[in-house]
Design a protein around this ligand. Structure first.
Ligand code: HEC
Length: 140
């Protein structure tokens, strides 16, 4: 009887491990909300959206590095979007636009899952801020 019980316990434990493994490897259909750390969230954008040459830099970097996934208007419909495990979001929405500049800066710099980190590809942080300014022009 005692032997039977321990077998049963072992079975339950192995089943739970299997379930946990399947769960952790399955694609996340419900992507967790992406929240930037407070330190970034409250960061001030050192550049100005009315700086026309900065805006051109931001737009060009966007077309070069971001359009493939996010689409030229930021709707998340770029040619690569079909291959992504998670949707890349819609930059025209109020929900996206209501986050702080610092939060956008953090997400571009650090990346997450299929969103690459651009800390190396756009090494001058001022350029990332210019891209942030451009993203803010994509609102509806
Ligand atoms: C290879 C595809 C890909 C490329 C290239 C890419 N992104 Fe993304 N991006 C994603 C995906 C996928 C997500 C969603 C990530 C998540 O939620 O985990 C995302 C999320 C974001 C977010 C956060 C969206 C939100 O709802 O807050 C921002 C901001 C962003 N990307 C900006 C950029 C910028 C700017 C570039 C270019 C410098 C860029 N991305 C290039 C795939 C990409």
């Amino acid at each position: 009887m005692k032997r039977f019980d321990s077998k049963k316990i072992l079975t339950i434990i192995s089943l739970s491990v299997v379930v946990a493994l399947i769960y952790s490897f399955s694609p996340k259909s419900d992507q967790e909300k992406w929240v930037a750390p407070a330190k970034y969230d409250s960061m001030k954008n050192p550049t100005s959206a009315s700086d026309a040459s900065g805006m051109t830099v931001g737009k060009n970097l966007y077309m070069q590095h971001c359009k493939s996934c996010h689409g030229k208007d930021g709707l998340g419909d770029g040619p690569k979007s079909a291959e992504l495990n998670t949707p890349s979001g819609d930059f025209s929405t109020e929900e996206f636009q209501s986050q702080s500049d610092g939060s956008m800066f953090y997400k571009i710099k650090e990346g997450r899952d299929d969103m690459p980190s651009f800390a190396k590809k756009i090494p001058d942080y001022e350029d990332i801020w210019y891209v942030v300014n451009f993203l803010k022009t994509l609102k509806e």
